[in-house]
Every structure is written in C-alpha cells, then in structure tokens.
Design a protein around this ligand. Structure first.
Ligand code: ADP
Ligand code: ZN
Ligand code: MG
Length: 493
C-alpha cells in the first residue's frame, strides 16, 4: 500500500509501545418477533413489509417488551459470566438519522441488564480473562441503502424492516493488548452466545457487529492513551487487520511528535487503512433519559434460576466431554466445537455410529469435503448426522470397507438413500467369509508363479501386488488388512 507505508511505525518504534483495545459488540438476538412489537424479526424480506405503528415510531404507539428477548439477554449474560441486575431500566438515546423514525433508540444506560463478566482466552499458553463491563438491551435501527435501486446514484433508500429488532450490546474492558487477543476474544464471545442459543452470530447477515477502540501507550505507562473507535468491522479478518493498522498509525503519529485525536474512524478493507469518520469532540450528546413508556425491568431470582436451568451446555464443557467421553484428541475436540451446529451434528453422528473417534474423522474429513463440493453448509447437509453415523458404524463393524464407504457417502448425497440400502442394492458388503477369501487368494497365487518366486526370494514388496489383485478380484469388498494377512499366511505356508 504505497499511500500508507511511509506513515506507519517501524518495528523498533512499535516495540516501545503497548496497544490497548476494548471492543463493543452488537448481537442481534434470534427471537421470532421484534423487541417491542409483534412484527417478524426476519432477515431478507421485501423492504418495509415487517413494520407496524410501534416500530415505525408513530405518535401514541406503545412498546411492549418481548419476554423471549429478555430471556435471551439473560442467557447471554450468564454465558459471559455477568451478574444480572434485579432491576434494570430502559432509556431513550436521542439522535437524528433517516433510519430511525422514532428519533431515539430504546436502550439501557446506567442500569443495564447485567455487568461485571469475563471471557477467557489463551495467551501464550496461559488463560487470560478479558473483562466484560456490561451487557445492555436495545432496539435496532433500520437500514439505509445506497445502491441496487432505481436512481440510487441520486437517492438513498430506507428499509425499516430491521427497526425494532432485539439487540444486546456487549462492552468489554480495555483489557486486550494485541489484535490477536481481540480476535480471540470475539471468537470466544461468539461461541458463548451461539451455544447459549441466543443468536447464530452470522456476521454476513449483520447479526454480529463489532467496533474496536484502540489506543497505545509507552510500555510501563499507567495512563491510557487517547483512543480511536473503529467502526464497520464486518469480518474477523478485518477486525484484526484494522487494529494492526491502527496501532502502527498511532505509534507513528506519536513518534513524529503528534497527538492521537479522540475520534471515530472507518476501516477500508480495499486499502487496508482506517480514516476519520467524525470527531468525538463534536460527538452528539444523546440526552439519555428514562423511557417513560416502559416500567423498570425486574428479574427475580426465580426467573434467573429458570433461565439458568434451561441453558444448553457451554463450549468449554462440550470440548472437555468430547475428549473425556469420546476419547478425542484436544485438537479434534476444539475443531468440532468451533460452531454449535457442527458440534451438534458430530455428537449425533458419534452416537449413531457407536465409534466416536471414527465418526470424528468422517465429520472433519469426507463430510466437510462433500459440503465444500456441493457448496452447502452444515445446516443443510445432504446427509444427516444419523445416516453418516450409520455409515461409519458399518465400517467399524467390518461390514463395509473404508474405501467403498467413501463412494457410498457420495451416493447417499446424490440419491438421498441411506447406507444399508445402497450397500444392499449394489452388493458392496465386505467379504467376511474367510473361506471365500482364501479361495480367491489361492487362485491368485496359482496364477502368478513368477511373483511368488520373487517374494520367496526376499522381495517382500511384491506383497502389495498380491493385495492389489485381491482387492481387484473382490471389487474392493475385501478388508485390505485381512487380505494382506491372508496372502502373507498363504505365501509362507
Ligand atoms: P466512550 O465514552 O467513548 O463510549 P467508554 O469508556 O464507554 O468510551 O468505552 C467504550 C469502549 O472503549 C470500551 O470497550 C472500553 O473498554 C474501551 N476503551 C475505553 N478507553 C480506552 C482506551 N484508552 N483505549 C482503548 N480502549 C478503550
Ligand atoms: Zn412492529
Ligand atoms: Mg460509552
């Protein structure tokens, strides 16, 4: 990037400073309806079809709090180890923007739903806790679109379907010290929220949005430096790149005698640069005040306990169970718990197969390859977990060779039939009758005297030739290990 390179810090300059990062994360919760009205909370509908007087902010329309949204906010709070307040207050956050017809967001201010939590990440082999300052609920704004419509070079369009979608904002302490730590924090946070069943956290659909606050200070300094807030980070990769760029920019600025301005910046992924959006000095005053149309939210200990009791297993506990119960390696357990849908799929396949380790290999290997070829996600896998487990079970029980099983999987995806049906129809059952296999081996030995002589003369690599002949004669239905053992025995005898 020729534009930026000359203004960025050198490694020597960088080494004198410590970066400080805090994240503000918005999560759209997966409720059926919006937070204060009964409109569907849906992505991808025709613009301005999921709206009503409440979410359009018509005068006199009154909000009614969605119980499910509160339960999700509680579940997310618990998943992030936060303390849920007995009483929290909704507040109006006032500002003008075309995608906000009410002229204010209903949010929470000094009494949010929960506080004082943490998320654990791994840093250099140690566990490090990143503080979660608070979780608060709010309603989402609409969306302005600037392209894809008639005359969109001259007009902006406003879609209010998202207006009133239930959000939680999760604010971290300024506890992260590198772009990697921020990346890992967001990864663990996403996992915790997904597992709690609160949201699918799909960044592409805007269900997970992240702003990064970045500052630097001389190593050993106590006082925090002035921070820049970077908006528009719509992927994990961009989050890391934007923070890395911003650190280099700030260090270079300080090293050349300048000062970091407290401001909001945007990340441009094409240029891999951040640039100023608006200055925080003239940032709006939101004139927060308590929302007069909603009573304070009271969460009793009993309600809290009920939500707690209904919480699904955490990713950490699942990872542990996969190693202890199923005997998986740490690494495999981590891979299989990276997404909740994947963990759910694997667990079902494992129990249907009766061989959890083999199931892990199939899920991570052949199934992933199949999904990739078909351009499908785990959610709409052409082969169900139950059926994959059944296939793996056939291999484990020696009724199907691993090699033929790979073909059977492809046929399952193509035809929608299950493994036993395909094996039966195509006559692929493994040869378990040792007598039949021995007869085949005897025939092959009789027909290849030259190779037999070579083998007996000490050229043991010829063994592979015989095994290959057996596999060919049985159309892959012989177990290669058994074939090899039989050939060896016969040649020795
Ligand atoms: P603001 O008043 O600008 O909204 P807050 O104090 O509310 O700032 O913090 C917002 C986010 O910025 C939090 O995630 C917090 O951890 C982070 N943060 C605050 N100060 C700094 C700093 N000096 N450097 C980096 N991040 C910071
Ligand atoms: Zn509505
Ligand atoms: Mg703030």
């Amino acid at each position: 990037m020729p534009t930026a390179a000359s203004t960025l810090a050198t490694p020597e300059q960088l080494a004198k400073y410590e970066p400080v990062i805090g994240l503000e994360v918005h999560v759209q919760m997966g409720t059926r309806t919006k937070i204060f009205c009964a409109c569907p909370n849906e992505f991808g509908s025709e613009p301005n079809t999921n709206v009503c007087p409440v979410c359009l902010g018509m005068p006199g329309a009154l909000p009614v709090l969605n119980r499910q949204a509160v339960e999700y906010a509680i579940a997310a709070s618990l998943a992030l180890n936060c303390q849920v307040r007995e009483k929290s207050i909704f507040a109006r956050k006032n500002y003008f923007y075309p995608d906000l017809p009410k002229g204010y967001q209903i949010s929470q201010f000094d009494r949010p739903v929960s506080e004082h939590g943490w998320v654990e990440i791994a840093v250099g082999g140690e566990r490090k806790r990143i503080g979660v300052t608070r979780v608060h609920m709010e309603d989402d704004a609409g969306k302005n679109t600037h392209d894809g419509y008639r005359d969109s070079d001259r007009y902006s369009y406003v879609d209010l379907n998202r207006c009133g979608s239930p959000l939680i904002e999760i604010v971290s302490e300024p506890d992260m010290r590198s772009a990697d730590e921020a990346y890992d924090y967001l990864t663990e946070l996403k996992l915790a929220i997904q597992y709690a069943g609160v949201s699918n956290c799909d960044m592409e659909k805007g269900n997970l949005r992240c702003d990064a606050n970045v500052s630097v200070r001389l190593k050993g300094a106590e006082k925090l430096g002035a921070k820049a807030e970077i908006k528009n980070l719509n992927s994990f990769r961009f989050l890391r790149q934007a923070i890395e760029y911003e650190i280099l920019r700030q260090v270079a600025l300080l090293e050349s005698g300048g000062r970091v301005r407290q401001e909001t910046r945007l990340y441009n992924s094409d240029l891999d640069e951040t640039f100023p959006m608006r200055s925080k000095e003239d940032a709006h005053d939101y004139r927060y005040f308590p929302e007069p149309d909603l009573v304070p939210l009271a969460i009793s200990g009993e309600w809290l306990d009920r939500v707690k009791a209904s919480m699904p297993e955490t990713p950490a506990s699942r990872r542990k169970r996969f190693t202890e119960e199923f005997g998986l390696r740490e690494y495999d357990a981590a891979v299989l718990t990276q997404e909740r849908v994947l963990a759910d799929y694997y667990e079902q396949a494992a129990s249907a197969s009766g061989d959890p380790k083999a199931a892990a290999n199939w899920v991570m290997g052949d199934l992933q390859a199949l999904l990739k070829v078909e351009g499908r996600s785990m959610e709409d896998s052409p082969v169900s977990a139950q059926r994959l487990g059944e296939l793996v079970g056939l291999v484990s029980k020696g009724e199907l060779t691993g090699k033929l099983a790979k073909d059977v999987l492809l046929k399952m995806a193509a035809t929608g039939d299950d493994a036993p049906t395909i094996v039966e129809r195509e006559g692929l059952k493994a040869i378990s009758d040792t007598g039949a296999l021995e007869a085949i081996v005897d025939g092959i030995i009789a027909n290849n005297p030259k190779q037999v002589e070579q083998y007996r003369g000490g050229k043991t690599t010829v063994l592979q030739f015989f095994v290959g002949q057996v596999m060919k004669a049985t159309r892959g239905q012989a177990d290669p290990a058994v074939a090899k053992e039989t050939v060896e025995r016969k040649l020795a005898g």
